[in-house]
Write a protein that binds this ligand. Structure first.
Ligand code: DC
Length: 210
């Protein structure tokens, strides 16, 4: 059983994907973390995230230790990730790992949940269930602001909203594997739904497929 969850930044895909994986004992892969690791690797070396040769090299020999680095979640890392994610060679280098995870989930798990931007369209076009999770840019910026405030990080709503919109534009506007719902994806707009309500709807789709 392969579940593909796509959507823009801060729509709640990660929380939903983790919860589904836990509920059904499926393996979970946060594919954004792979792009973040490539971006972070460049930032740590003081290399601009626009440097294609360096991004290509970092994605070809991904440093898995970066997946546990607290800086992986920083806004700057998300923005660098979005830049390197527009490079076709970086995407190609990360594709096999993702496909393999979906087809052979670790520890013999009976299924895999992958979240990202192109899971239903490119990584797992034959997924058993595809969900496209969205929310308005304002709602997503509001959630991100709250999250940062809870972590004690100073943040400004307008700056976050601008970042969310810039990321949407880059992720949806790129030529290679742009963010868009697969034709057979179920749309879940979370603007007016809390995480429990979103989870219940998604879990009902999973049970239907099982
Ligand atoms: O989901 P996230 O914010 O951690 O993702 C960071 C960036 O990585 C995102 O802006 C675009 C890119 N990404 C992608 O292009 N394809 C994916 N499957 C996952 C993430």
């Amino acid at each position: 059983m392969i579940i593909a969850i796509d959507g823009p930044a801060a729509a709640g895909k990660g929380t939903l994907a983790r919860r589904i994986a836990k509920e059904f004992d499926f393996a979970y892969l946060d594919t954004g973390a792979l792009y973040r690791a490539v971006g972070l690797s460049l930032l740590k070396q003081g290399i601009a995230p626009t440097d294609e040769a360096a991004a290509e090299a970092a994605s070809a020999a991904l440093d898995m230790a970066l997946m546990d680095d607290p800086a992986l979640r920083a806004e700057a890392t998300g923005s660098a990730a979005s830049q390197v994610a527009a490079m076709p060679k970086v995407r190609a280098n990360l594709l096999d790992f993702q496909k393999n995870f979906a087809l052979n989930p670790p520890d013999g798990a009976p299924g895999a949940v992958l979240d990202g931007r192109d899971i239903g369209t490119v990584v797992c076009p034959d997924a058993d269930l595809k969900l496209f999770v969205t929310a308005s840019a304002e709602v997503r910026a509001e959630r991100r602001l709250k999250e940062m405030q809870e972590r004690g990080i100073a943040a400004d709503f307008d700056a976050i909203l601008a970042d969310v919109k810039a990321r949407d534009e880059r992720d949806m506007g790129r030529k290679d594997a742009p963010l868009k719902p697969a034709e057979d994806a179920h749309l879940l707009d979370t603007s007016n739904l809390d995480i429990d309500a979103v989870f219940l709807r998604a879990a009902a789709f999973v049970k239907e497929r099982l």
